[in-house]
Write a new protein. Structure first.
Lengths: 707, 203
C-alpha cells in the first residue's frame, strides 16, 4: 500500500511549537502523535494544541481541510476535535463532507481512555447527514470499544457497537426501518433493478464477530416489512410483504456452517407464473448446511419449505461449481390438499393447456432426485386423488397408487387403482393400471380393462414416449378392444336419440402424435338390426376448442322400423344400407360428409311407409298437416314403396342432394310401389346446410300420386 | 322453348370459351362478416350498450345432433320443395365457427373489465395483447393470462376456420387482417387499441 502523501502542510502549535513538514513526507501523522505524547508526559497543567493539513491522499482516498485540536481541560481530562472538510472514500463509496469528530471530555482512568459524550457530525455523506453521539473507550492493553446509539442510515437509523481486543473484534448493528433499496445501493454489492420501484424496510439485529483473519460469525435477526416492487412488464411484483429472517453462521477452517429460516407471514407476490398470497397460508423456509467459498461448494443438510395448508417440501443436496449446479439433490414434496397444490403451484404452469382448468382433490407425495445430468429418479404416491375438468371433458375419480421412474434403469412396477373416470361425460367403472415407467417411455405391464357402459374397453397395449423429457413431443400408441358397450347407454349419456344394440370393436394402432388421435383399425358394431363399420377414425386436437373428427362409415342392413321409431318420425319398414364417406365433424358438429342411403339390392323385406310417418314428417316440416288426412289417402295407414335412395354431399355450409334419377330432372327419394302409390320426389339439388336442418319444419310431400 | 332458344347459344359459348377464373379475397364481404361476429361478441358484455346488431344478422345457427340423426333429418328434408342454396361470399355459418363464437361470447364479460382498465387491449394483429400487467391486481394476473391465452386460441381458430370454411385456407392472413381492423373499429368506449405503429390509445 502506498503511504499517504502530504502535499502541503503547515502547522500551528501553541505554545510556541511550530512544525513544517515537507511535502511528500509520509510521516506526518507520527509526528503529530509524538508532539501529543511529549506534552502529556510533561504533565503540564493545561495546554492547547492544534494543527491543520491542507490535504492528504492515499490509494483510493483523499482528505483535505484537516484540522486537529487537542486541549487539556483538567488533569487527565482532554478535549479533542478532528475536522475534515472533505474525505473521499476508497472504492467509490462517495465523499464525506464537513466531518467533525469530537469529544469534549476524554478522560484518563488508570490504563483506560474514556469518552462518554462524543459527537459525530457530517454535513453530507453517502449515507445521510449525521449528527450523532458516541461513546468510546480504549485500554492500553489494546481493548477498544465504541458505541454510536443512533446513526442515520438509509432513511432509518442504525445503532452501532464495536468491540476490539487484540485482533478479536465484534460488531453489533441494529438497523431500524432502513430502506432496502437505499441499503442495497450503499452496499455497492447488491444490484437491485432501478426501475422496479422497490420499497421496503429492514429492522432488527445483526451481530458480527471476527479475528485477525476476518469475519468468523454472523447472527442476524431481521424483519423486512412494507416490501413492494413491480417490474415494468408486470411479471414480478409484490405488495405489503413481510419477511422475517434468522441467520446463524460460523466459520471454521474456511468452512461456514449455517442455519437460516425465512418466514413470510403476510403480503402477496407474483413471480410469473406463480402467485403466492401469504393470507392463503404463510410460507416458511429453513435451510441448514455448510458453505465453502474456496471450493464454491454448498452442502444442504436440511432444507424445508412449508406452504401452510398446501404443501411441505424438504430437500438435501450438494451444489458445487460455477452457478452452484446440483451434484446430488433430493427433493420431497407432500401435500394433503392436492387442490390447493394444483391451484397455487401447478395450474399457473399449465395455462394454455387442456389441464389449466381443473378441480383437484386428494393427497400427493413426490420425491425427485437430481444428479449432475438432471432429474434421474422420481417417485409419486397418490391417495384419493380426484380431478375434474371444469369444462366437462374428462375426470378421474378417487385414485390410489404409486409411480416410480428412473432415467436409466428398470424400476418396480407402478400401480394405480382408479375408482372411475369419464371422458366427454362417458363414465367408466373402477379399473387398475400397472405400468412400467422407464426413461422416456411408459409401457403397460398387463392389459387394462375399463368397465364402460355395460361393457368394457380392454387396453391391450399402451406405450407413451416423449412425455417425460423436456422439449420432446409426446406421443402414444395403443391397441384396445371394445366389448359389448351398450349403445343405449352411450346415446343416453350423450343425450342423443337412443340406439339399441351393443358396440364391439378391435381398435388397432391407436395413436396420438402431435395432437392427432387416430385409430388404425376399425370399429364394428351392431345397431338397428344391422351392422355399422367405422374406419379411418381420427380426432385432431381432441381436448381443444374445436376438435376435428374424421372417419368413414358403412352401414348394412339397418332396420328402418327400429330407426324410425328411434327418431319418432313414424314407422318406415324395410332395410337400409348407407355409405358415409369423408365424415368430418368440426367442434363435434357436421362439417363435411358424403352420405348415400339406399335400399339394398335384392332386399326382400317388407317395404312400408306409414301415413303417420308422412303426417309427422309433414307436420314437423311445415307446422301444418300434410293434408293426406283430408284426401282419400286418409283411409290408408301405410303405403308401399320400392326403393329409398338419397345422396347428400355436405361441404361446409352447402349440401348437394340427389336420388334416383327421374326423366324430368327431379329425383326419387322414395320410389313408390303398388297402389296407392306415393313417390317422394326431390327437385332441389343444393341446399344451405343451416336451411336444410331448419326446414325440417317445412317438409312437404310432393308427387303423391294415386295410380 | 324460350329457355332452349336462349340456352343454346350460352351452352355453345360455355363449351367453346376458355375462361380463367381468379378468386380474389372478398374484402367487403369479409369485413361485413367480421363486423357481425365482432359485434356479436362485444355485445356479450352485460353492462355495456353495444351497437345494435344489423337487421340481417341472423347468422348464429348451430346445428345439433350426430351424423345419423342429421342424415335422417336430411333425408326427410329432401321431401321438400326446392330450397335455394344460400352461398354468401363469406360464409360464417359453420358449426365450428358457431362453437368458437359461443366460446368467445361466454368469455367476453370476464375480459371486459381488463379491456377497460388497460391491462389488455386489441392489438393490430387481430389478437388480444397484455399491455400493462401492472394494472391488474397480483391475484388476477394469471387469470388475465389464461383469458388472453384462451381468447387468442379461439381467435386464431376462428380466422383459420373462416378461411377453411370458404374453401381458401390461404386466406387466413387476410381474414386476420380484416378482423384486426374491425376489432379496433368496433371497440367499445374505454377499450385500449393498438395502432399500426404499435402505439396504444384508449377509446
Amino acid at each position: 500500500m502506498t503511504p499517504p502523501a502530504v502535499r502541503r502542510t503547515f502547522g500551528q502549535v501553541n505554545p510556541s511549537v511550530h512544525s513544517l513538514i515537507d511535502p511528500g513526507n509520509p510521516s506526518c501523522r507520527l509526528l503529530a502523535v509524538g508532539v501529543l505524547s511529549i506534552f502529556s508526559a510533561a504533565g503540564m497543567a493545561a495546554f492547547e494544541l492544534g494543527f491543520s493539513v491542507d490535504d492528504i491522499e492515499g490509494e483510493g482516498w483523499r482528505a483535505d481541510g484537516i484540522a486537529i485540536s487537542l486541549s487539556e481541560v483538567a488533569v487527565d481530562h482532554y478535549a479533542v476535535a478532528i475536522t475534515v472538510a472533505n474525505l473521499v472514500l476508497p472504492d467509490s463509496h462517495g465523499t464525506l463532507e464537513g466531518l467533525r469528530l469530537e469529544c469534549p471530555d476524554v478522560s484518563r482512568d488508570g490504563s483506560a481512555w474514556l469518552c462518554e459524550h462524543g459527537r459525530l457530525k457530517l454535513q453530507a455523506s453517502p449515507i445521510e447527514p449525521q449528527d450523532a453521539t458516541w461513546q468510546g473507550s480504549y485500554v492500553d492493553d489494546g481493548h477498544l470499544q465504541i458505541t454510536i446509539p443512533r446513526l442515520a442510515l438509509a432513511q432509518g437509523t442504525v445503532a452501532l457497537e464495536l468491540n476490539a481486543d487484540d485482533g478479536v473484534w465484534s460488531a453489533r448493528l441494529q438497523p431500524h426501518r432502513t430502506t432496502i433499496a437505499r441499503l442495497a445501493a450503499l452496499s455497492g454489492q447488491l444490484a437491485l433493478p432501478s426501475d422496479w420501484g422497490i420499497e421496503g424496510r429492514a429492522s432488527g439485529l445483526v451481530k458480527l464477530g471476527g479475528g485477525p483473519a476476518g469475519l468468523e460469525s454472523v447472527d442476524a435477526d431481521l424483519v423486512f416489512d412494507q416490501l413492494a416492487y413491480a417490474s415494468p412488464d408486470g411479471t414480478q411484483a409484490a405488495e405489503k410483504v413481510v419477511i422475517k429472517t434468522e441467520l446463524r453462521g460460523r466459520v471454521r477452517k474456511a468452512l461456514w456452517r449455517f442455519d437460516a429460516t425465512l418466514a413470510w407471514p403476510s403480503g402477496a407476490a407474483y413471480a410469473e407464473p406463480l402467485f403466492i398470497d401469504a393470507s392463503d397460508g404463510p410460507v416458511t423456509l429453513s435451510l441448514s448446511g455448510s458453505w465453502s467459498p474456496q471450493q464454491v461448494r454448498l452442502q444442504l443438510d436440511g432444507g424445508s419449505l412449508e406452504l401452510a395448508g398446501t404443501a411441505a417440501v424438504s430437500a438435501t443436496g450438494l451444489f458445487q461449481g460455477p452457478g452452484l449446479a446440483p451434484k446430488d439433490l433430493t427433493i420431497a414434496l407432500h401435500s394433503d390438499d392436492a387442490g390447493r397444490l394444483y391451484g397455487r403451484l401447478l395450474q399457473p404452469f399449465l395455462i394454455g393447456t387442456p389441464a389449466d382448468d381443473m378441480q383437484v382433490a386428494g393427497h400427493v407425495g413426490l420425491v425427485l432426485h437430481f444428479d449432475e445430468q438432471g432429474l434421474d429418479q422420481a417417485g409419486l404416491e397418490i391417495k384419493d386423488l380426484a380431478l375434474e375438468d371444469r369444462q366437462g371433458r374428462f375426470a378421474l375419480d378417487d385414485t390410489d397408487g404409486s409411480i416410480g421412474w428412473d432415467r436409466s434403469k428398470v424400476v418396480p412396477v407402478s400401480r394405480l387403482a382408479i375408482a372411475g373416470a369419464s371422458i366427454y361425460r362417458i363414465p367408466t367403472g373402477a379399473f387398475d393400471v400397472r405400468v412400467h415407467f422407464a426413461a422416456d417411455r411408459i409401457d403397460l405391464v398387463e392389459p387394462v380393462v375399463v368397465p364402460v357402459l355395460g361393457g368394457s374397453i380392454a387396453l391391450d397395449r399402451f406405450a407413451l414416449s416423449g412425455a417425460l423429457i423436456a422439449g420432446a413431443r409426446p406421443k402414444w400408441e395403443a391397441s384396445a378392444s371394445l366389448r359389448d358397450v351398450s349403445l343405449e347407454q352411450l346415446t343416453r349419456t350423450l343425450e342423443w336419440p337412443p340406439f339399441n344394440g351393443s358396440l364391439s370393436a378391435q381398435l388397432r394402432e391407436l395413436n396420438y402424435v402431435e395432437g392427432l388421435f387416430s385409430v388404425g383399425g376399425g370399429l364394428e358394431f351392431s345397431a338397428f338390426g344391422g351392422r355399422i363399420e367405422v374406419s379411418g377414425l381420427s380426432i385432431q386436437d381432441p381436448l381443444g376448442t374445436v376438435p376435428v373428427l374424421k372417419a368413414d362409415a358403412i352401414m348394412r342392413g339397418l332396420e328402418l322400423e327400429a330407426l324410425t321409431e328411434t327418431f319418432a318420425f313414424g314407422r318406415i319398414e324395410g332395410r337400409l344400407d348407407a355409405d358415409m364417406r369423408s365424415i368430418q365433424l368440426v367442434g363435434w358438429q357436421p362439417d363435411r360428409f358424403d352420405l348415400h342411403l339406399y335400399t339394398p339390392q335384392n332386399d326382400d323385406s317388407r317395404h312400408r311407409i306409414s301415413q303417420r310417418a308422412v303426417e309427422n314428417l309433414t307436420e314437423l316440416g311445415s307446422g301444418v298437416p300434410a293434408g293426406l288426412s283430408a284426401t282419400v289417402l286418409r283411409v290408408f295407414d301405410e303405403f308401399r314403396y320400392d326403393r329409398i335412395d338419397l345422396r347428400i354431399l355436405l361441404q361446409g355450409s352447402v349440401a348437394d342432394l340427389d336420388g334416383l334419377a327421374r326423366p324430368d330432372g327431379g329425383y326419387y327419394l322414395v320410389k313408390g310401389s303398388g297402389l296407392p302409390r306415393i313417390d317422394v320426389i326431390g327437385r332441389n339439388r343444393s341446399v344451405a346446410w343451416k336451411d336444410l336442418v331448419e326446414r325440417l319444419q317445412q317438409i312437404q310431400v310432393e308427387g303423391a300420386q294415386i295410380k | 322453348m324460350l329457355n332452349r332458344i336462349i340456352g343454346l347459344p350460352l351452352m355453345v359459348l360455355a363449351l367453346t370459351a376458355c375462361v380463367t377464373i381468379n378468386i380474389y379475397f372478398p374484402a367487403a364481404a369479409a369485413e361485413e362478416a367480421a363486423r357481425t361476429i365482432v359485434r356479436d361478441v362485444l355485445k356479450s358484455e352485460p353492462q355495456e350498450q353495444a351497437p345494435p346488431a344489423r337487421p340481417d344478422d341472423k347468422q348464429s345457427y348451430t346445428p345439433q345432433g350426430h351424423p345419423l340423426a342429421i342424415a335422417f333429418g336430411v333425408m326427410m328434408e329432401a321431401l321438400v320443395a326446392p330450397a335455394q342454396a344460400a352461398q354468401a361470399d363469406i360464409n360464417i355459418n359453420t358449426a365450428a365457427i358457431s362453437a368458437i363464437r359461443a366460446s368467445m361470447q361466454k368469455r367476453q364479460s370476464r375480459l371486459a373489465p381488463f379491456y377497460r382498465s388497460g391491462v389488455i387491449g386489441f392489438d393490430n394483429k387481430g389478437s388480444v395483447t397484455i399491455r400493462d400487467l401492472n394494472a391488474a391486481a397480483l391475484g388476477e394476473r394469471n387469470q388475465v393470462k389464461k383469458l388472453v391465452a384462451d381468447e387468442n386460441a379461439d381467435r386464431a381458430k376462428l380466422y383459420s376456420e373462416i378461411a377453411r370454411a370458404n374453401g381458401h385456407p390461404e386466406w387466413e392472413a387476410e381474414v386476420r387482417g380484416t378482423f384486426a381492423k374491425v376489432w379496433v373499429q368496433e371497440a367499445l368506449p374505454g377499450y385500449w387499441l393498438q395502432d399500426a405503429s404499435g402505439g396504444w390509445r384508449q377509446r
